[in-house]
Ligand binder design. Structure first.
Ligand SMILES: NC(=O)c1ccc[n+]([C@@H]2O[C@H](COP(=O)([O-])OP(=O)(O)OC[C@H]3O[C@@H](n4cnc5c(N)ncnc54)[C@H](OP(=O)(O)O)[C@@H]3O)[C@@H](O)[C@H]2O)c1
Length: 197
């Protein structure tokens, strides 16, 4: 199982108070502070971008799928339009049940209330021989890291200190562990770091 996450130098993947207007929360703008490398320099990072969506199934937290909280707004179909970039089953962790949502291009969102192990089991079954990827956000990734379920962690570190009080950070609540650094690629707009457990 792999995991990709864009973070700041101080470890944040999102700020507080996520909303429709601020998908990444306060202090992160529209995400460009973390993802300019992807938005503005995509050709220079084509391999890393391709790897992010190279999986047979995905797992994500509900707050990556929607700014909504509590009961579902059934009109909400994700941030990505009719044809999301996953082209595979996506298992969304949530405490609120919802029927599967089939989109164009092979992406179907399944809503899983049984926790990370249940989501992973369903994702592995759906992916067959292919990889399962945890897409985010950091809250969900930290649960998988703490449970020791992530084989390869790929952090994309933007050279910015966000300093967002109340934001979400990678490794928060994750017990002590060592990781093996397997790859690094430094560019002006991002440093790509790969670790294996
Ligand atoms: N920097 C990046 O690369 C990146 C990547 C992805 C997302 N993001 C940003 O990060 C933010 C979202 O990340 P986040 O860390 O705040 O939240 P998240 O991990 O996306 O979602 C957390 C939510 O998922 C549900 N959930 C998580 N674990 C669960 C469990 N064990 N059982 C049942 N439900 C569970 C809960 O939702 P309910 O209780 O409400 O059902 C929980 O509040 C957004 O601003 C997004 O735009 C950034």
């Amino acid at each position: 199982m792999t995991c990709d996450l864009g973070i700041s130098l101080d470890g944040f993947s999102a700020g507080p108070h996520q909303s429709l207007d601020q998908p990444f929360g306060d202090g992160v703008g529209g995400g460009e502070k973390l993802h300019a490398w992807m938005f503005d320099h995509g050709d220079d990072h084509a391999d890393e971008v391709a790897a992010i969506v190279d999986a047979g199934a995905f797992v994500m937290g509900r707050n990556m799928f929607t700014p909504g909280r509590g009961d579902w707004d059934l009109d909400w179909k994700g941030w990505w339009g009719d044809d999301p970039p996953y082209h595979a089953p996506v298992f969304v962790l949530t405490h609120h049940e919802r029927e599967p949502l089939e989109m164009d291009g092979g992406t179907t969102f399944h809503f899983v209330t049984g926790g990370p192990e249940a989501a992973l089991e369903r994702a592995r079954e759906a992916a067959g021989e292919r990889n399962v990827s945890v897409a985010g956000g950091a809250t969900t990734i930290n649960e998988f890291l703490d449970a020791g379920l992530i084989d390869e962690l790929r952090l994309h570190v933007a050279p910015v200190v966000l300093g967002v009080r109340g934001g979400v950070r990678i490794f928060d609540g994750v017990g002590p562990r060592g990781l093996t650094a397997t790859h690094v690629r430094r560019t002006p707009e991002v440093t790509h770091l790969t670790y294996r457990r």
